[in-house]
Design a protein around this ligand. Sequence first.
Ligand code: AMP
Length: 420
Amino acid sequence: MSSFSAPKGTYDLIPPDSAAFLAVREALSAPLRRAGYGYVETPGFEHVELFSRGVGESTDIVTKEMYTLTTKGGDRLALRPEGTASVLRAALQANLHRAGGLPVKLWYSGTYYRYERPQAGRYRHFSQVGAEAIGVEDPAVDAELIILAADAYRSLGLGGVRLLLNSLGDRACRPGYRAVLQDFLRGLDLDEETRARIEINPLRVLDDKRPEVQRQLAGAPMMRDHMCEACKEYHERVRELVDAAGVAFTDDPRLVRGLDYYTRTTFEFVHDGLGAQSAVGGGGRYDGLSEMIGGPPLPSVGWALGVDRTVLALRAEGVDLDLPAATDVFAVPLGEEAGRRVFALVTELRRAGVAADLAYGGRSVKAAMRLANRSGARYALVAGERDLAAGVAQLKDLESGEQEAVALDAVVTELTRRLG
Ligand code: AMP
């Protein structure tokens, strides 16, 4: 034990659990890679203003949860609390929107930082896999992303993920709704901070999870009753396409999300096995964001799926991922000369694509075989002085217990054949 431990709200990913984490990252991004999304990686920190302008001055993420710092050179930076603003910034900076056809489709995987109150499923350092389709206003793009996320969860064997869907309207109809909602909210009994929020971003009050607030919101006006024809049609088309792909969803007229930039399509994936932090992923359309950060009009849509919470959801459902064995062959050299030969064989096996490991430190047969069994390997490759003199090594199938001598120069071919 060291005298240090991981900071509050963070945890270390260590074997064997880390293997499931990597597999989840892989599974969440696999559908994107099959759908024309290119990988993008942006810095872990950005100028503070990118997030305050992009994510929104009225959001908890910006006002309370951002890790900010001033560099020795005087730059004000923030650890990234989310991915969309950075990815859009990177796409604009590289002029990807001018380079070829739109949409620019990008995916990312990374760690994000929010100074939140830690609890089960809520950390200060967490991982997301995300996707953005930049520059096109077409319900099919919204539907594509929703379907890809649903397919990703399904590929993991998760059965309990539910999709909630809503539309937040657009520049034409939202201002009217906003005014009606503000009128309603001003008449409620709310604390000062929430009253301030009514003036800056009233939709976010609908997202307030406190029961005493939710109770008062029962008769709140809903966006869907104030939506313009264009938004209604757009939303209906998204619903049709998602439905036709066999992805079930629930219309949730109260769904708003904690970031300011969303317009029209908004969605969240929730899992009921996770307690209070039930959102495993979410996203939506953000048609105004590019202009908010100084770019041209580029209507876009995206999502971010939480890797940590997806792992928790798998655990809650008792799903065991089919992970490839970390080690297929574990070698046990007995004696110094055997150590040299076996080390060379293991190197050869690895170069031939076989996952191989060996016992180090001149252990006894018994101790080394214990390691072999613990490694999860299918085969143990045992060689002592006498084996070497006969030009062989003993190949033991650790499942059946069967053992046979294999010529040293045939070991690699024999094992690659057996392991398929
Ligand atoms: P958001 O950007 O808040 O919509 O987050 C997208 C997804 O990231 C959520 O649905 C969660 O799965 C995950 N997420 C967000 N914040 C946290 C956090 N503090 N700890 C763990 N996962 C998080």
